[in-house]
Ligand binder design. Structure first.
Ligand code: AMP
Length: 213
């Protein structure tokens, strides 16, 4: 099963993808995670991406398309994959269609997770992530037992550089202008399923499972 998760920043794509990995035994491919790892390692790619990411803007299409083409060739994607944060523009979606076609494959479902914009701002500015295991928290909605420390592994929690309010507003504007048109793009292929992204994490997950049944 080849899936795309669409939705604004903070809609819960990453959280739901992590739960879907276990249920469907297919990998999550997050261009955001790949780019953050490159920034951390200080590679050429990371240096190029950091300025765009800090400004809440998109990294150039050719860069992320190259990343995805390489990733989809890896053996663990044979059974399927969950794309989280890619595609984000129409040219990225067109490139993905071509790449999959060459591989004799295609997208099966596009899940669009719908969340109100002011809710997204609240979620993102309060978000904290574990440096060690990637577990996510929210300082108000789902705080760790001990401030700044991961409940699961004891790792240190940090706030992503781009989760401050100014960058969040810019990311939302970028989403509205460049990524929302993908709902139309995939609707024409009759692939879009809308999921209301409010309620508990497990309720939303259940809606996804029901939709994919
Ligand atoms: P995310 O973790 O998905 O919110 O991505 C964080 C940042 O990485 C975005 O704000 C962009 O700057 C960059 N990024 C991630 N995925 C893409 C993509 N498909 N196209 C362009 N930029 C991306």
């Amino acid at each position: 099963m080849n899936l795309i998760l669409l939705g604004g920043p903070g809609a819960g794509k990453g959280t739901q993808a992590k739960m879907m990995i276990e249920k469907y035994q297919i990998p999550q491919i997050s261009t955001g995670d790949i780019l953050r790892a490159a920034v951390k390692e200080g590679t050429e790619l990371g240096k190029q991406a950091k300025a765009c990411m800090d400004a809440g803007k998109l990294v150039p299409d050719e860069v992320v398309i190259g990343i995805i083409e390489d990733r989809l060739k890896q053996a663990d994607c044979q059974k399927g994959f969950i794309l989280d944060g890619f595609p984000r523009t129409v040219p990225q979606a067109e490139a993905l269609d071509k790449t999959l076609q060459k591989m004799g494959s295609k997208i099966d479902h596009v899940l669009s997770i719908d969340v109100d914009e002011e809710e997204l701002v609240k979620r993102l500015t309060g978000r904290r992530t574990c440096k060690q295991c990637g577990q996510m928290y929210h300082i108000i909605f789902s705080p760790p037992k001990k401030e700044g420390v991961c409940d699961k592994c004891g790792g240190e929690l940090y706030q992503r550089d781009d989760d401050n309010e100014a960058t969040v507003r810019s990311r939302l504007a970028t989403y509205n202008q460049q990524t929302k048109p993908l709902i139309d793009y995939y609707s024409k292929q009759e692939l879009v399923r809308q999921i209301k992204g409010v309620g508990s994490i497990s309720d939303i997950f259940q809606k996804i499972v029901d939709t994919l049944r």
